[in-house]
Write a protein that binds this ligand. Structure first.
Ligand SMILES: Nc1ncnc2c1ncn2[C@@H]1O[C@H](COP(=O)(O)OP(=O)(O)OP(=O)(O)O)[C@@H](O)[C@H]1O
Length: 974
């Protein structure tokens, strides 16, 4: 049986093999002379920072500056992180500690001389340690200790929900009593603190009740709830008994259930069946109004709190509170702010009518911390006179501004109102609403987030959450499932989002909107983290014609979303938007398609490590998606936070202003963001992720070619040589098939603001395509492959290390997997797999080595229906065997997502898998493998008639390759 290679290809393979042999001999000789490795000699005239010189001297260096540098780019964050990460190695948080890293490095050197393989031992266990922080007000922020999650139930398979509106989520129980903490083995404290609402005025979701009393055993689920929350009571302004407590004591029988919903501007409506007691309450509310068409009562939002208090005292009524009602805490009508004599209504009115055309002195109030605001105003004796009447006044000699406790805000605003010559812009309404509790009483203490009861969620995911992730989930549930999760890259936004979504599973079908390259990765992640899901529960939409509601979990790309049926906008009550900064521009089709959907949904989980990449205006749509009431008009937001300026052609919103206030506001209300430096002690040294690319990225011809190769392989071959050749051809075809998806993924990483990363690939066509695209997009890059001399490598590495711009290192798997230090990157992308895991681990260690101060994220891009189906399980098996022998980390796959990614138990596939194993497992000699590969690459190189040529022509993002001469190919084998 033929191997599929032509005579000419075979001849070239042999030629290449000879050349590779010669090169290997050269390399070995060079190693003996000490030329290979970290300390290779510099090329004459090249200085480390001199890109231009090297550009002239080295064809493989093409650093093209970007036009503009993003002032808020992750590069800046990165340098900040690096400054702050020095404790990391000292704390031995990086797996294996310094000693181990040194071992790795010395083993790299050994590898370079071909002595030993599989050098890296990476413990998978996570270590936790406490970390101290402090906020502007000196509040101590600490990271969590272990959380006892031992008693979570294993839910059964999720059936599709028949009634999405059915209340489903369980109670949130908060062990607020300090004694409760003592009883527990471990306790957690949040880095984020919340001012708890006055007990009577806490609007809580009737389903997500917050129980501020000490949990009994039954409440606590036998230890499922930990005392993270130290919720203190604020002075109650409106009667006793919390909404939640009252609600939770109501009997299930004989109760009328209903909910409050927004109703036009400034009003809410109560959707509920007839209940005589409640009608009596309605009639006592001053702002009551009856809508005869809807047959429902509605009221002013100002009466919301007092209404809820009254309603919750009725044993026959359970009312689900208003979404976002927590922002109205303290704004109950009639409630007066301490010492000011100002009630809520007057305060809001004063805030609206603050402009005085004749004012001589103008200024503004700005929030500077969670408890204080400052008044930015020019000198005026009158104003100073007012300031001096404030008990909490404080003069900051540095900024030359006065600041006050929020408690003094109403009084100050009232006094400014009486000064005709003074105009002070108040705090935005969103700030007043969010910080109402502090405005009401700054003596209120802070509270940690209540611990959510996740017993309805698969225990696998719950027990896997790292402490800070658990805190993220608590935050999300505390915010009723509407939030912007803005954790740094690689901190596990996916696992948190899945956990939150699973908490609301009775409201599914769920919609996940993602960049197209990671749709399948999401599907895999759901099944990984929620094992109780039935196999058919995920539906990845690949064309505009696919059924968007086909399954319980529907995953769609941003671009396809705009083609979706508008009628479906009310179908999804729970929506996850991955990389939500894709929505930053309101004019784009993706944003126009997503916004109505998000406004209609009850739970909106936005994920982005870089919610705004350059200016605050990019945040607007994301804020509006989560909290539409915050800034109903963009212009208001623009004036306050985008330094909006009126130009001859209209308003310019491209600036920024009051950013500190915006950050405090968002963190208090809708956003949670942790940097790697905040949680480093909880992170493993390496985090591996599988990026399963979509099959439609592979064109039909390439798919057919792969299928033909697979079919041939399944039939078997006459001898080992033929088997090897066939496998190599299959491997080559896989590279061709993946190019489009890999390039797309890299572009998405760049678009997401990933500033520096390494991309490893084996085949020249893959490396070429990546480089070609980077050039097109004018992204700086270095390339190191088999043709790069030792000296060049060294200078390229230094340049990559020192470069402050967005830069990608494009590296050959077999020629750049050892002896190089590229620790300036903390992200490594594998465009291709390789059957020798030692090579992969060595390649990972280009970034994960001494000098690395962060946890390294590793993304393996895999495509189903290609050689990856066989390579991935094979790699894992090899690693397992090596682990058992103490030669490698024990479980490579446990640090990677989608470990269930393996060939289907199809007999044909099994034959191929065995063929892979037989061929590559037998191949113990490294050099032989490399030779084989180099040789194999040649057949890919000159295969001008390959399907890839056609495929490339069809694609717009990857331009046609130049035909290469055979002689060149053998020189530039990777
Ligand atoms: N608690 C955990 N246990 C095990 N693996 C985890 C955990 N949290 C995250 N990971 C793994 O870490 C990797 C990175 O996680 P994820 O992709 O969710 O990060 P991210 O914050 O979404 O990053 P990005 O911003 O790059 O998309 C994944 O492989 C994920 O499975």
């Amino acid at each position: 049986m033929s191997s599929g290679l032509t005579e000419e290809q075979k001849k070239r393979i042999e030629e290449n093999r000879q050349k590779a042999l010669a090169r290997r001999a050269e390399r070995l000789a060079a190693q003996r002379d000490g030329q290979v490795g970290i300390a290779g000699p510099q090329v004459k005239g090249q200085s480390p920072g001199n890109w231009e010189n090297s550009k002239q001297e080295n064809n493989h260096v093409r650093f093209i500056s970007q036009d503009q540098r993003n002032p808020h780019s992750p590069a800046e964050q990165k340098s900040y992180l690096q400054k702050n990460y020095n404790h990391y190695s000292a704390n031995q948080q990086m797996a294996g500690s310094h000693g181990e890293q040194q071992k790795n490095c010395s083993e790299d050197a050994k590898q370079a001389s071909g002595i030993k393989q599989f050098p890296t031992t990476i413990p998978n266990s996570l270590s936790y340690s406490h970390q101290q922080n402090s906020d502007a007000d000196g509040q101590k922020h600490r990271q969590q200790a272990l959380i006892n999650l031992g008693t979570f139930q294993q839910p059964t398979c999720y059936p599709p929900s028949k009634n999405p509106a059915e209340p489903s989520h369980p109670k949130l129980i908060d062990n607020g009593h300090p004694d409760g903490i003592k009883d527990l083995q471990s306790w957690s404290k949040s880095a984020i603190k919340y001012v708890s609402a006055p007990s009577s005025a806490t609007p809580s979701d009737s389903e997500t009740l917050i129980n501020r009393s000490r949990p009994t055993e039954s409440q606590g689920g036998g230890g499922a709830f930990q005392a993270s929350a130290k919720v203190q009571k604020l002075p109650s302004s409106a009667g006793a008994g919390s909404t939640s407590e009252a609600a939770s004591h109501k009997k299930a029988n004989n109760v009328t259930k209903g909910k409050c919903v927004k109703y036009g501007e400034g009003r809410f409506l109560v959707e509920i069946g007839y209940n005589a007691e409640l009608i009596a309450v309605f009639k006592k509310i001053p702002s009551k109004s009856y809508d005869p068409t809807m047959k429902k009562w509605n009221f002013s939002l100002e009466d919301y709190i007092s209404f809820m208090e009254a309603a919750n005292r009725l044993s026959s009524v359970i009312l689900e509170p208003l979404e976002g009602g927590e922002n109205m805490v303290g704004l109950a009508s009639g409630s007066r702010f301490s010492d000011s004599g100002v009630d809520v209504v007057s305060l809001l009115k004063m805030c609206k009518n603050w402009k005085k055309p004749s004012a001589l002195v103008k200024g503004k109030c700005v929030l500077i911390s969670r408890f204080r605001f400052e008044v930015d105003i020019g000198y005026s004796a009158e104003v100073i006179g007012v300031f001096k009447q404030m008990n909490s006044r404080n003069y900051d000699a540095k900024t030359r501004k006065w600041n006050f406790l929020l408690e003094d805000y109403p009084k100050l605003v009232k006094m400014f109102q009486s000064l005709a010559s003074v105009q002070v812009e108040p705090l935005p309404e969103a700030v007043v609403q969010t910080f109402a509790a502090q405005i009401q009483s700054s003596t209120s203490q802070t509270t940690d987030l209540p611990e959510a009861d996740l017993s309805v969620v698969d225990s696998k995911i719950v027990t896997s959450l790292m402490p800070f992730q658990r805190e993220g989930v608590n935050f999300a549930i505390f915010r009723n499932g509407r939030l912007l999760l803005a954790d740094d890259m690689g901190l596990g936004k996916t696992i948190q989002a899945i956990c939150v979504a699973a908490y609301y599973r009775k409201e599914w079908p769920l919609l996940v909107v993602t960049p197209s390259s990671v749709r399948f990765t999401w599907a895999e992640a759901f099944h990984r983290w929620l094992p109780s899901l039935c196999p058919g529960s995920t539906n990845v939409i690949v064309t505009g014609k696919d059924n968007l509601t086909g399954s319980l979990i529907n995953i769609i790309s941003f671009d396809l979303l705009s083609k979706m049926d508008k009628q479906l906008k009310n179908t999804f009550q729970v929506v996850i938007i991955d990389e939500s900064h894709y929505l930053k521009n309101v004019k784009t089709a993706r944003c126009r398609a997503a916004m109505p959907l998000l406004k209609a949904a009850r739970r909106v989980i936005l994920l982005s490590g870089t919610p705004a990449m350059s200016r605050p205006m990019e945040l607007y749509t994301q804020i509006a998606a989560v909290q539409p009431d915050f800034f109903p008009q963009f212009h208001t937001f623009g004036l306050r936070y985008c330094d909006a300026k009126q130009m001859p052609w209209g308003w310019d919103y491209s600036g920024s202003s009051n950013l500190a206030e915006l950050k405090i506001l968002l963190e208090e209300s809708i956003m949670i963001r942790r940097l790697k430096s905040d949680v480093l002690s909880q992170l493993p040294a390496k985090q591996r992720k599988m990026v399963v690319v979509s099959p439609e990225g592979i064109n039909a011809k390439t798919k057919a070619a792969l299928a033909v190769e697979a079919k041939k392989m399944a039939k078997g071959y006459g001898n080992k040589q033929q088997e090897k050749e066939a496998l190599l051809l299959f491997y080559n075809r896989t590279a061709e098939a993946k190019i489009h998806s890999v390039v797309e993924y890299i572009l998405e990483l760049l678009e997401s603001g990933k500033d520096k990363f390494l991309v490893f690939a084996h085949h020249k066509i893959m490396l070429d395509a990546i480089v070609e695209e980077l050039e097109k997009k004018r992204v700086e890059y270095i390339r190191i492959d088999g043709s790069t001399s030792s000296a060049e490598r060294q200078s390229l590495c230094q340049k990559f290390q020192l470069s402050e711009k967005q830069a990608v290192a494009v590296l050959s798997l077999t020629a750049a997997n050892m002896g190089l230090t590229l620790s300036a990157a903390d992200l490594v992308v594998f465009a291709e797999l390789f059957w020798n895991p030692g090579v992969l681990i060595q390649a990972e260690d280009r970034a994960h080595r001494i000098g690395q101060t962060s946890s390294v994220n590793i993304h393996y891009v895999v495509a189903k229906g290609t050689a990856d189906d066989f390579l991935w399980p094979m790699i894992q098996e090899k690693i397992k065997v090596l682990g058992e022998a103490g030669l490698s980390e024990t479980n490579f796959s446990s640090t990677a997502e989608s470990t269930d990614y393996c060939p289907k138990p199809d007999p044909k596939q099994k034959t191929i898998f065995e063929l892979f194993q037989r061929t590559f497992s037998d191949c113990r000699d490294d050099d032989d493998e490399l030779l084989l590969l180099e040789a194999a690459d040649a057949c890919c190189e000159f295969d001008s008639g390959s399907d890839f040529q056609d495929a490339k022509e069809e694609r717009c993002s990857v331009s046609s390759p130049k035909k290469r001469r055979i002689e060149e190919s053998s020189e530039s084998v990777t």
